[in-house]
Design a protein around this ligand. Sequence first.
Ligand code: PMM
Length: 298
Amino acid sequence: MSKQSGRGRVAGLPEWDRCAVMGVVNVTPDSFSDGGRFFDTTNAVKHGLDLVAEGADLVDVGGESTRPGATRVDEAEELKRVIPVVRGLASEGVTVSVDTMRASVAERALAAGAALVNDVSGGLADPEMIPAVAAAGAPFVVMHWRGFLEGGNVKGAYDDVVAEVVDELHARVEAVLAGGITADRIVVDPGLGFSKDAEHDLVLLAHLDRLLALGHPVLVAASRKRFLGRVLAGPEGAPPPARERDAATAAVSALAAHAGAWAVRVHEVRATADAVQVARAVEGARATEGARAAEGAR
Ligand code: PMM
């Protein structure tokens, strides 16, 4: 299977000639890595527009932290956080994704101009989610998820993490298709850090080809995650804080883009925008070289 086979195009979204950059706007007081900084509508919209100016192709707006142990916000609060930000960004022409596990939030966000629903539970947290997204004809990100993490990383036991994540994602894709979302609107995501330790995340990144083989565009969301802290710290050291993991994040963006990812989801856009551009240029050079070689062989 060729490296680019998973990049493809997602129906209902613009098409990019390289790995797309999804900038993150967390409208939460307690997010894993940038919590509290953009916790009001005006600041959040401004931050989203800044990310676009820095090179984001789309902006992912979320109102609920998904970090391990985070308590859920209620529906009214999530709506209050997310919908005005989605509306504000969409009205400025930004391609907006909504990061939610609630069908009601997805529906209202789509009505407010969102173009994509990003559900870290892959439709498992809310039985109304898949029918709602199908009815709206919107694209859907299906992330690998093993449930809410109460009491730590309890569902992270694997014999073969790549095979299990691929199989479980495949099953979710089947469920999503059965629920009426069309194949050309499905994006898959390995769910780095969700019921996974650093070793699991790294092995999944080493085998993005296996995820691409599912036949859907792949989203990689490594930004500032724990595994990068572990890599940077080495075996004995203390991991640097989340906001000191952006160079490492950009390195993952280059690797993921090179491996054929459709998009990378990042908090700091500038370096990743450069990374995906470099990956695109290298791909272009390879294609030119291949064409020349073919020409010479004739
Ligand atoms: N991770 C987080 C939030 N949303 N969405 C997708 N599709 N994939 C992810 O891995 C993912 C996500 C948690 O990270 P944050 O709180 O730092 O944004």
